[in-house]
Design a protein around this ligand. Structure first.
Ligand SMILES: Cc1cc2nc3c(=O)[nH]c(=O)nc-3n(C[C@H](O)[C@H](O)[C@H](O)COP(=O)(O)OP(=O)(O)OC[C@H]3O[C@@H](n4cnc5c(N)ncnc54)[C@H](O)[C@@H]3O)c2cc1C
Length: 441
């Protein structure tokens, strides 16, 4: 990978998501290590706002941040754009499509990927929303289908083009269906005089008995009410069985004809192969870590964020796969890596739960705090503030704030552009550099 060997211990961080960049930022300040960040994208993605890119609310560059900008002018910090393909822990070496690299400490922060639960028809024909390219695919598909609906004279085809089906009513599915409903209610009447908004149907399918299952019952009931006010049709206790590109079939025998089927029903860890069998909790695809985020069986290999499964009395199945545990683990590990160098006692990780929130649309959001739950305008305002606060990069905050203000005043979604038409085919893949022959370090 063409990284010089120095006297400083080398920390290799795989993944520039929430966990990886918070770790990196803290470590940069110490100047005690040689730091190497590796990611298969050259940008950090702010995943909580992917749905806004999918629904033309924001441009993708408002929620992406160049990873090299984090290490601009930092001595002894390097970035390499590649996918790590395997770990050889015996020789403290990582393998990738652009070569290999040795490490003194390895931090795996590779996050998660869409979980299709082994359903090949959904994986092949459904749309996932885990990366910016995938969000752009959805944006193009929605707009292309609206365009096609204006020209078809075939009634059934028009119905399928104007039917939007979303599987999974967790925060992502709820936010996405609310935003599509706003496109129907606010954009379609102005842009498409030949489509009646009432022709557009938005179906949200959920396998459990309520929307937003990770949140409180009160928040869930409020979110359901908000969605219904926007005209989203909710189907609870409904599991998708397959989708052939034309019809979604469910366990209840329902058939939804649609050209847009979005799968937001779960994620699973994105581990790198090579560590011993005990390191991985197979069911979750996440690494077994102790309270210091050390991967089971290894002293110098750590995992943080979505990929780390740290069992505790309060979280027997590990922490929720959301941004806060990732950020907090990144920051705690930075302190511990410095302590290791100094020979000091390590600090166990303790998760501070700041609450959960989801937005459904304009003036509509729900917030669960430790002692209270609320919804409506105030919750929506807090949701916006928190997302702006955590968005990476000052420019991104300004651009997003400007866009939201403009959209709010004008009932608009200005990014409704088919820049890169969606043509089907490879869509749930996201490899940047296809593997080549390995080179020497
Ligand atoms: C649509 C969506 C909406 C969400 N909404 C919210 C929300 O509202 N609130 C909230 O708290 N959380 C939300 N989350 C969850 C949150 O985004 C994740 O919990 C968080 O991103 C986890 O951070 P991470 O650093 O562990 O992983 P990630 O942020 O996923 O980062 C992983 C990084 O690793 C890189 N990578 C992966 N494998 C490799 C490899 N082999 N080689 C090189 N690079 C690799 C990836 O490119 C990526 O940059 C949402 C997630 C999604 C998908």
């Amino acid at each position: 990978m063409n990284i010089p060997n120095t006297k400083q211990p080398r920390i290799v961080i795989v993944g520039g998501g929430f966990a990886g960049i918070h770790l990196l930022r803290k470590l940069i300040k110490t100047k005690k290590f040689q730091l190497v960040l590796i990611d298969k994208h050259n940008y950090h993605s702010f995943q909580p706002l992917l749905y806004q890119v999918s629904t033309s609310g924001l441009e993708p560059d408002s929620i992406a941040y160049p990873l090299r900008k984090i290490i601009t002018s930092v001595e002894n910090a390097y970035f390499r754009l590649t996918e790590v393909t395997s770990i050889d822990a015996k020789n403290s070496t990582l393998h990738s499509s652009i070569g290999q690299i040795t490490y003194d400490y390895l931090v795996i922060a590779t996050g998660s990927k869409t979980n299709f639960f082994g359903n090949k028809s959904i994986e092949k024909n459904g749309m996932a929303m885990k990366t910016i390219p995938q969000a752009l695919n959805i944006r193009s598909l929605i707009l292309q289908n609206l365009e096609k609906a204006t020209i078809t004279t075939h009634k059934e085809e028009r119905e399928a083009l104007l039917n939007f089906v979303i599987a999974g009513a967790g925060p992502t599915g709820v936010e996405l269906s609310g935003a599509i409903a706003e496109v129907r209610n606010n954009i379609v009447p102005k842009d498409y005089i030949d489509i009646q908004p009432s022709e557009i149907k938005i179906h949200l399918l959920e396998g459990l008995e309520r929307v937003l299952p990770p949140m409180s019952e009160k928040a869930s009931a409020k979110a359901k009410k908000f969605l219904e006010e926007l005209g989203v049709e909710i189907h609870l206790n409904t599991m998708v069985e397959d989708y052939d590109g034309e019809v979604v079939n469910t366990n209840k025998g329902d058939r939804f004809k649609t050209k847009t089927f979005i799968w937001s029903a779960g994620v699973t860890g994105a581990p790198v192969k090579g560590l011993n069998a005990n390191a991985l909790v197979e069911r979750a695809n996440r690494y077994n870590v102790n309270v210091f985020n050390q991967v089971e069986g290894y002293e110098n290999v750590f995992a943080i964020g979505d990929i780390a499964l740290m069992k505790s009395e309060k979280y027997p199945k590990g922490h929720p796969m959301v941004a806060q545990p990732a950020i907090q683990q990144g920051e705690n590990l930075a302190k511990n890596l410095i302590k290791i160098q100094k020979g000091e006692k390590l600090k166990p990780f303790s998760y501070f739960d700041k609450g959960t929130m989801a937005t459904i649309g304009r003036n509509k959001a729900v917030v669960d705090l430790k002692r209270s739950t609320f919804g409506g305008f105030f919750a929506w305002f807090i949701w916006m503030f928190v997302h702006l606060w955590f968005l990476v990069g000052f420019r991104n905050r300004i651009v997003t704030f400007f866009n939201w203000t403009y959209n709010y005043i004008n009932f608009d979604r200005a990014a409704r552009l088919i820049i890169r038409p969606f043509r089907g085919g490879v869509k749930n893949e996201d490899l940047v550099n296809p593997p080549e022959e390995e080179e020497e370090e």
